[in-house]
Structure formats: structure tokens, C-alpha cells
Design a protein around this ligand. Structure first.
Ligand SMILES: *Cc1c(COP(=O)(O)O)cnc(C)c1O
Length: 369
């Protein structure tokens, strides 16, 4: 009844566009946390690995382990790091760790010693995101501390940008300058830093001088700009679409109320289509009386409240439609198109959340493999 379609050919095309946009020596990390933003961790990672991505970024240990079990051999960075209790498993699976705590470094070193391996870490620095990471003033002492742990290899320094999706680049540039200054200090101390990276999709698309050694891209791979303020300079194709069909069609007289709470009363006779999709499918209840869908390439507005498994749309203006006709909730229908950005605006959120919610709540079908 409801199908989430993931177009791996579009994913591959987006990766190629980004690969060409970045200088050839810049490495590209594909960010596949949150089940690849709802697109499916393993199929997305396999497609990207085959296309030549350099490494992967995930949030949790378990995601890294799943990638290893699926045969992914490229470097994998745990962007949120690990808990001390997870250090052994991370070393075991050859996962790189974002690092911002000394006790975690000690745990990694102990586990690496036991396993006769090195633990590879990326020291996470808070240059102004105000989230994870050590502050710039703590970086040199932290590296000094790590130098005393021979089993811990510093594979990179990492920072994250707070406003890379803004038109106003002042704060982003300030963060990048702070990061550059730190890298210089580290090199002046005679330490080599194999990979430093700060650019997310916003910076990748809008600020090429921030690419440094490596970039970390998520949303652009999935075919969306990070915000309306950063229009992609290269063509990107949305990878996800959500398809359904009309479950029931009926004509109702003027004055009829639609769905729970009677929030829509038909001002005139209407033709109403019931669709088998609701908030349990990640289709936000905020879309009630606000969102639209595509039927026969035309827009149909949602009437009344979105329910757990059902949503009603008006099709009075589309006299040709029949029960069973295809419905597009996200994606293209002929020349018409509904983007995650548009759905996000109706649902008072961002495209990232639309992808995560829809992607992680529905059965997925893959095309373009
Ligand atoms: C999620 C994430 C990214 C990717 O961000 P996009 O805006 O999707 O490109 C990059 N770096 C870190 C640390 C992240 O958590």
C-alpha cells in the first residue's frame, strides 16, 4: 500500500557530482548515520563504496559493526565516539573514533594493547558549534596526553560547522579560521595530522576553501541542499520517494466533516480520497490541513487531521481519478515534483528530519542498483 523507493542510481549520480566538485586530492566521507538518513545503511554504503567514496561516518558503534559485517572495508568513523565500555569492540572492528575524553582514550589504548592493534582516533574540536568536542585551548594538552599513549594513533582533527547552510558566511569563516590556526599550532609542535576535516554539505557546496584534506557529506548525497540559502552549484537528484495509492474514493455533501476532531468541514460537495499513510509512517500530523500530495501529476490538498495510518486528500478538481490510482507523497509524478524541502516546510521542520522519519518508518524498495 505504501512504498518508500530508494533510487541508488540517483545516489551514485550525486556522489559523482560531488566528487567532481571537490579537488581530486580531497577525500570524501559519506555520512550514513541514522540508517543513511533513512535511505538504508548497508545498500547506501555498498553503492557509495563501489562508486569510490573514501570513508564513512556513522553515529553508533553498532552501525559501524553492521557495515563491517556487510563487507565494507573503507575506514569508518564513529562521529559520536564510543563509551569506554565500547572501546574493545570498536578496536576489534577497526572503527575510527571521534575523541573528546581522556578516559575514553585510555580505554581505547588498553583495548588496542590487548588486541595487539592501534586505535585510530580523530580528535574532536569545538570551534563554535557548541556541541561535542574539546575547546581550542585544550587541544595541545590533549594531544600531549595522547602522545603518551602509543597505541592511540591520531588519524585526524575534526570540527563541525554551526551555520554552513546560511547565506551569511561570517560565523562559518570564523570557525574555519579558528580551526586553521589550531592546525598550524599542531604542525608547529612537530606533530603530523594526516586528515583534518570541517566541511559538511553546506561548506562543501558553498565554500571550497574549507575542504581541507577531507569533507563529510550527508544531505547532498541524498539529493537535497542543506537549506534554501545554499542552492547546490551542481545538479543533485533526490534519492527517496514515497508512493502509495488511493484506498477509497467517495463523494461527500457540503457540510461533511473530515477525520478526527472535525477540523475540516466541506464548504461545498467534495470528492475525497483516503490514502493509507499516516503519522506511524513518519508522515507528520503537522501536515493536517496543510500538506499536499500528487495524483495524476497534479496537487491534491490534505483535508482534516492526518491519522495514524490514514490521510484524506481532496480530489474534487481531478474528476478522472479512480480508487487504486497512484499517489506520490514525496518525489516526482510526471513533470510535477514534491520535495522533502516542501514537505518539511508544511511540517515545520527540515528536509533532514523528513528523510529520517519517512525513511526509517517504511518498507523500502531499491531501484537503480
Ligand atoms: C551529520 C554530520 C555531517 C553531515 O552533515 P550534512 O549537512 O548532512 O552534510 C557531517 N559531520 C558531522 C559531524 C555530522 O554529524
Amino acid at each position: 500500500m505504501l512504498e518508500l523507493v530508494i533510487d541508488l542510481a540517483a545516489l551514485r549520480a550525486n556522489f559523482r557530482q560531488l566528487r567532481q566538485w571537490c579537488r581530486p586530492e580531497v577525500k570524501i566521507m559519506g555520512v550514513v548515520k541514522a540508517d543513511a538518513y533513512g535511505h538504508g545503511l548497508v545498500p547506501v554504503a555498498k553503492t557509495l563504496q563501489d562508486a569510490g567514496v573514501d570513508s564513512f561516518g556513522v553515529a553508533y558503534l553498532q552501525e559501524g559493526q553492521r557495515l563491517r559485517q556487510a563487507g565494507i572495508t573503507a575506514p569508518i568513523l564513529l562521529l559520536m565516539g564510543v563509551l569506554p565500555s565500547e572501546a574493545g569492540a570498536a578496536v576489534q572492528a577497526d572503527l575510527e573514533v571521534a575523541l573528546f575524553r581522556r578516559d575514553i582514550a585510555t580505554a581505547l589504548a588498553a583495548q588496542a594493547r590487548q588486541q595487539g592493534k592501534k586505535a585510530r582516533v580523530h580528535v574532536k574540536i569545538d570551534t563554535g558549534m557548541g556541541r561535542l568536542g574539546i575547546l581550542p585551548g585544550e587541544v595541545l594538552p590533549f594531544l600531549e596526553f595522547l602522545a603518551g599513549l602509543p597505541e592511540v594513533e591520531v588519524a585526524g582533527l575534526i570540527s563541525h560547522l554551526a551555520t554552513a547552510d546560511w547565506l551569511d558566511q561570517a560565523y562559518t569563516l570564523q570557525q574555519v579560521r579558528e580551526f586553521d590556526a589550531l592546525l598550524r599550532q599542531v604542525r608547529d609542535r612537530g606533530w603530523s595530522v594526516p586528515a583534518s576535516h570541517i566541511a559538511n554539505s553546506g561548506a562543501i557546496l558553498a565554500l571550497r576553501h574549507t575542504h581541507l584534506d577531507m569533507v563529510r557529506t550527508g544531505i547532498a548525497l541524498y539529493g537535497s541542499p542543506p537549506s534554501a540559502e545554499v542552492p547546490p552549484p551542481v545538479p543533485l537528484r533526490p534519492v527517496m520517494s514515497l508512493r502509495s495509492q488511493i484506498l477509497q474514493l467517495k463523494d461527500l455533501p457540503a457540510g461533511s466533516s473530515i477525520s478526527y476532531g472535525r477540523t475540516y468541514i466541506a464548504p461545498q460537495p467534495i470528492r475525497l480520497a483516503a490514502l493509507p499513510v499516516g503519522y506511524c509512517n513518519g508522515y507528520s500530523r503537522l501536515l493536517s490541513n496543510r500538506g499536499q500530495v500528487l495524483i495524476t501529476g497534479q496537487r491534491a490538498p490534505i483535508r482534516g487531521r492526518v491519522c495514524m495510518n490514514l490521510t484524506m486528500v481532496e480530489v474534487t478538481h481531478l474528476p478522472e481519478v479512480q480508487a487504486g490510482d497512484p499517489v506520490t507523497l514525496l518525489g516526482e509524478d510526471g513533470p510535477a515534483r514534491l520535495t522533502a524541502e516542501e514537505v518539511a516546510a508544511w511540517a515545520e521542520t527540515i528536509n533532514y528530519e523528513v528523510y529520517c522519519l519517512l525513511g526509517n518508518s517504511n518498507y523500502r524498495r531499491y531501484t537503480g542498483a
